[in-house]
Design a protein around this ligand. Sequence first.
Ligand SMILES: C[S@@+](CC[C@H](N)C(=O)[O-])C[C@H]1O[C@@H](n2cnc3c(N)ncnc32)[C@H](O)[C@@H]1O
Length: 370
Amino acid sequence: MGLRGQQGWDATYQKQFGAERWAKLRTALSERVNQVAVLNSFLSQRNYERAQRELDLVPSTIPLCYKKNKVEDSNSNVDNEEIRHPEEVQQDEWIRLMEEMGNIEKQEHAYWMDGASAVCALFLDVKPGHKVLDMCAAPGGKSLVLANKLFANLNNEVSSGSKEKKSVLVCNEYSKERYTKLGGVLKSFLPEKMFPSHIAGRTAGEGPFVYTTNQDASCQKGEVVFRNLAPEGYNRILIDAPCSSDRHLVHKNQLHSWSDKLYKENAERQLMLLTHASRLLKPGGVMVYSTCALAPAENDELIEKFLMKVAKTTPVEVVPFSVKEAVWLVEKGINPSEVIDAGKWGVLLLPDKSKYGPLYICKIRKKKKD
Ligand SMILES: C[S@@+](CC[C@H](N)C(=O)[O-])C[C@H]1O[C@@H](n2cnc3c(N)ncnc32)[C@H](O)[C@@H]1O
């Protein structure tokens, strides 16, 4: 019989991490998520600076991200009745801040997310001109980071008329409800001119730049839809896969529903997502696979399976997390290896060491043909 419930969960990860580490990690998993704010770079310079000032933010070690100037008492804001998922907490936090400061511009100013999520999206190394697919995008935090990088030269793109250089971001979500939420988040942060409904009167090469799609990305039909939006393939793909999400189970008091079957089922879907993504990548293109699961079956073991499966038909290679990315996670003077759990293929950012996560991140490049 398989392992189930809270006891099965504890036993599984105590075995994986060792009793001492698991005790620390388990405590960290139940604590408040350490969030950073991604400021909306599409604001006017004046409002960008004003938001930073009024929200009392200072730059964090992670590019594009800010943290609160004053560190709040870690217990003061914890909602003990129901500790919620990071995205839900950040939305409430945002509404509270907007109420306090008065809405100073139509576009929203800051999106709060786990620092590991921002690191994951930045690790994809998106550049203006790229065609980018965010396969599992709702509620949209990582999509916003990708958009901040991809459309850094938005005004030049619109005025230059150069068709080849047009950046495209496709944000996909399978759940209808979450797809609606995703659309709301994107529209409240990004300029209207980026969306398909605002292309009337424009010629083809002028956009739109941001598409939202409501596809099952693990099946062939989804692949066809994505291919139609970037017929020559994607330069970058983010697969932030649905997973067993251990921290979410802890915060939602749902550990009773845990079973080792859960991660086996997730792994099947994750493998399909990766396989479709690898076909959609251009040669030389890069994809980042991430989960917020602790189970190796959804992380390194899944990558291993994927590499064995696709290697026969598609040449791919894993790109290691380098010092450049690792320094985003540490204050000066700390050795990055102290905060990162490096696996065979990817890295695991865990809250007892890195302050952020859990998040497993692995980058894979499709090799160019010889
Ligand atoms: C970890 S969440 C994504 C979080 C998001 N990237 C962010 O940063 O806000 C995974 C998402 O994948 C969606 N999903 C599940 N199965 C899917 C599928 N087959 N195709 C596309 N999306 C799927 C889930 O509904 C969920 O919203």
